[in-house]
Design a protein around this ligand. Structure first.
Ligand SMILES: *Cc1c(COP(=O)(O)O)cnc(C)c1O
Length: 381
């Protein structure tokens, strides 16, 4: 059996009858730039997230950067974010001229550890940017309480969390503004790059509309120095076809995750924990295991693709040498980077395939014996 890490083709086959005409209709209308499909998707996605405004942009990265710029955060400012994240989160901060200040992750959820945020606040801090990593929302009540106390903004990096919830409230509605990614492999993916910002703030939404479109509302009248970060009309048309399926697809992911957890129970492998407050959508299914590289190789031989999210923490990347962090600064993030392994997960991954993957892992681990299990301190904190 061949099990890809994500299967974009089988999802396309499911919606081909709807998505093909939706894309063709854009070509027939010819409204390629900020066309009707963009406004339509923005309206429905805002409604889905339970916010007043959605502004479509050309990637999740741009969504994050445009948020930072819309709030006039830049040189001299600091933004606190998770040490355990994809580098786009911090690039958005540093490319806008501000400094990303990192905080280690919670050992159980892998998200920013809210209890360590206050120690990172300085007189320059303007915002906290939690990341809803792997599809599980960060502890937003704790984060919002800290933000209120210190008069800081809260921006969600919801790139991996379309449709996730926190105490019943939607990701994207939990801070001052939120960034989504519609990169094809994300749980709500376009057929190319795409992203969006959600917010309840009318002024910020207006400013984002200017910033994404070279600073103009009326053609050739430029109120501010903007960028070209518009959501492509064809991508918006694809997203509008997909959005009504998102909850069903997320439910399938959750089911696959539950099946993995059942089948891997009792083995020397740490499966994901879902916090009480979270409705995890399992954009990624990340386990931890000793001797990860050998397991990866073994699974590859069995036709099973895996991934690493992420193999080198941000503070140890050459690109961020300037931040002056050292190995040892974020011990949980660092320890996890050595042992994490992302298993295949997507809405079309049925029980038979999950059982095949879990069976291969079981065979590998039971042939190895107990010496290889993770130290308990790392396994369960
Ligand atoms: C994917 C991702 C981004 C960036 O999104 P793009 O659409 O690829 O630019 C940002 N943050 C996180 C956590 C992501 O997973």
């Amino acid at each position: 059996m061949e099990i890809p890490f994500v299967d974009l083709k089988s999802q396309y086959r499911q919606i081909k009858d709807e998505v093909d005409p939706a894309v063709l209709a854009v070509m027939q209308r010819g409204d390629f730039i900020l066309g009707g499909a963009v406004a339509e998707f923005e309206r429905t996605f805002a409604e889905y997230c339970g916010v007043k405004y959605c502004v479509g942009v050309d990637s999740g990265y741009s969504a994050l950067e445009m948020i930072i710029r819309a709030y006039d955060i830049g040189p001299g400012d600091e933004v606190i974010t998770a040490a355990n994240t994809f580098i786009a989160t911090t690039l958005a901060i540093s490319n806008a001229g501000a400094v990303p200040v990192l905080v280690d992750c919670d050992p159980a959820t892998y998200n920013i550890d809210a209890s360590k945020i206050e120690a990172a606040i300085t007189s320059r801090t303007r915002a906290i940017m939690p990341v809803h990593l792997y599809g599980q929302v960060a502890d937003m009540d704790a984060i919002s309480a800290i933000a209120r106390k210190h008069n800081l903004l809260v921006f969600e990096d919801a790139a991996q969390a379309s449709g996730a919830r926190y105490k019943g409230r939607m990701a994207g509605s939990l801070g001052d503004a939120a960034a989504f990614s519609f990169y094809p492999g994300k749980n709500l993916g376009a057929y190319g790059d795409g992203g969006a910002v959600t917010t309840d703030n009318a002024d910020i939404a207006e400013k984002l509309r200017l910033l994404r479109n070279i600073g103009q509302k009326v053609k050739y009248f430029h109120e501010v120095k903007g960028y070209n970060h518009r959501l492509d009309t064809m991508q918006a048309a694809v997203l509008s076809v997909k959005l009504p399926y998102l909850d069903v697809w997320n439910t399938s992911r959750r089911r696959a995750a539950a099946t993995y957890a059942d089948l891997l129970a009792g083995l020397p492998i740490v499966t994901p924990q879902t916090a009480d407050y979270a409705d995890h959508i399992f954009h990624l299914y990340v386990v931890r295991v000793a001797d990860r590289e050998s397991l990866m190789d073994y699974l590859k031989e069995k036709g099973i693709a895996t991934g690493l999210h992420y193999p080198i923490p941000i503070h140890l990347q050459p690109a961020y040498a300037e931040l002056g962090y050292e190995r040892g600064d974020f011990p949980i993030t660092e320890a996890y980077a050595e042992t994490i392994l992302s298993l295949p997960i997507f809405a079309e991954l049925d029980d038979e395939k999950v059982a095949y993957v879990a069976g291969a892992i079981r065979d590998f681990l039971t042939s190895r014996g107990e010496a290889e299990s993770l130290p308990v301190a790392v396994a369960v904190a």
